[in-house]
Design a protein around this ligand. Structure first.
Ligand SMILES: [Zn+2]
Length: 426
């Protein structure tokens, strides 16, 4: 936990509270998507311009959707284009670009007044269009790639009831909300720990085609401020070319831990770790040396750390259960499963992979996961144990990371409720 004795932030929180009182508005109003003033890139254009066609009125455009059992040749045939033309296209070296059609694909086909084929546009995806053009030497098929523009955008919000709703109102996509929760999954339990008034700030990439938003990219930096502004959790991305190496805090410490705090998502803890408790089935006092998570049968169970499955089988108490040996001294156990995942004894599994599904096999009064965490064979409370951090930032990235994270942190600091209020009421 990093404490943040930041006077400015406290002051801003107070200011925001006052402004909220004045405007008598819900904190949700604070949430909004804004665009950082970045230099605008020119809108994309296909290399073979569609607008040429629009200036050629003697050509007629047909839109044809491919139905079941239809192909390029049936589409062309329906426009009375000669079979010789279809044959000629079929002989082109890259004809498969136009002949591998799926049901529902749409072709734009231009013919001149003599029913001669002049052009075909086949939008394969949002980013790729195949185009057949007629040249002096015959037909040619080319691939046109649209330029995706990456913009940096920011989101700011104050939690009022639900983190998810506040994040949605701030303009974050479902994907970015999940990514944000994943980033901090080792530090913050989003379902239980966030409180009303907690603040989140995100700087992220959004992808645009032309001026059309097509989805979010990576989160570049994020901050979650808890405990009335006293505790800031920071995350900064480190990328190598296009690959995300990881997210680290302002000191370069990996946000990932060697273990996830919980092996299941969004379920309740039904029984905590206790040295001694009364067992409801055995009707006698026993210790409970793990944590129980209640939830529906079939809930996926994620292995909390990478390691090797050393046991997968039945035990009279645990029912179907799995033991995973992790690096060095750690072992985890998952009991009462309804079924196993795809991994067998001896398999290596990575943190977060689904190794089984919740059930009530063995001694269980209802569906739940019994989860144990052992260090050197000794049971410890998985909710309280301090997990080792995954590796720190690689030496070769340290200088670049320091520079970049400082810049991002100052951008996060400038993102505050007053700027968002100003935007709302100007
Ligand atoms: Zn249990």
């Amino acid at each position: 936990m990093r404490h943040w004795p930041n006077q400015k932030l406290l002051q801003l929180t107070v200011t925001a509270t006052l402004l909220l009182a004045i405007f008598n508005c819900k904190a949700d109003v604070l949430s909004e998507r804004t665009i950082l003033p970045l230099p605008k890139l020119p809108a994309h254009s296909f290399s073979g311009s569609v607008s040429e066609i629009e200036k050629t009125p003697q050509w007629q455009e047909h839109k044809i959707m491919i139905r079941k059992n239809e192909s390029l040749s049936t589409a062309l045939g329906s426009l009375n284009i000669s079979p010789a033309t279809t044959y000629e296209i079929g002989r082109l070296q890259n004809s498969n670009l136009l002949t591998n059609l799926n049901v529902g694909d749409e072709l734009e086909i231009w013919v001149d007044k003599d029913q001669n084929l002049q052009k075909i546009l086949y939008p394969k995806s949002q980013l790729t269009t195949y185009e057949l053009v007629k040249t002096s030497t015959g037909y040619q098929i080319q691939e046109n790639k649209a330029q995706v523009e990456i913009r940096t955008e920011t989101a700011y919000g104050t939690i009022n009831g639900s983190f998810y709703i506040a994040a949605q109102n701030a303009g974050l996509s479902a994907r970015s909300i999940m990514n944000l929760a994943d980033l901090f999954a080792w530090d913050i339990d989003f379902a239980r720990e966030l409180r009303d008034g907690d603040v989140f700030k995100v700087i992220y990439e959004a992808k645009y085609l032309g001026n059309k938003y097509i989805g979010d990219g990576d989160i570049l930096a994020a901050q979650i401020i808890t405990e009335n502004g006293n505790n800031a959790h920071n995350a900064f991305i480190m990328r190598d070319n296009k690959n995300v190496i990881g997210y680290y805090d302002e000191k370069g410490k990996n946000l990932k831990k060697a273990f996830l705090r919980s092996p299941v998502d969004y379920v309740r803890i039904t029984s905590k770790f206790t040295p001694r408790r009364f067992h409801p089935i055995l009707k006698k006092w026993r210790s409970h040396r793990g944590v129980d998570y209640g939830g529906p049968i079939g809930t996926p169970i994620h292995v909390t750390g990478s390691g090797k499955i050393i046991y997968e089988g039945w035990g009279p108490g645990y029912g179907r259960h799995i033991k995973v040996q992790h690096a060095g001294k750690y072992m985890t156990l998952y009991g009462h499963l309804s079924k196993y995942g795809k991994f067998k004894k001896g398999s290596y599994v990575s943190q977060g992979q689904t190794i089984g599904y919740m059930g009530m096999s063995g001694l269980a009064t209802g569906p739940h996961l019994h989860y144990e965490f052992r260090i050197h064979g000794k049971h410890v409370d998985p909710l309280k144990v301090k997990f080792p951090a995954a590796g720190p930032i690689d030496k070769k990235y340290r200088v670049a990371f320091k520079k970049r994270s400082h810049l991002l942190l100052s951008q996060l600091d400038r993102l505050d409720s007053s700027t968002y209020l100003a935007r709302n009421f100007e």
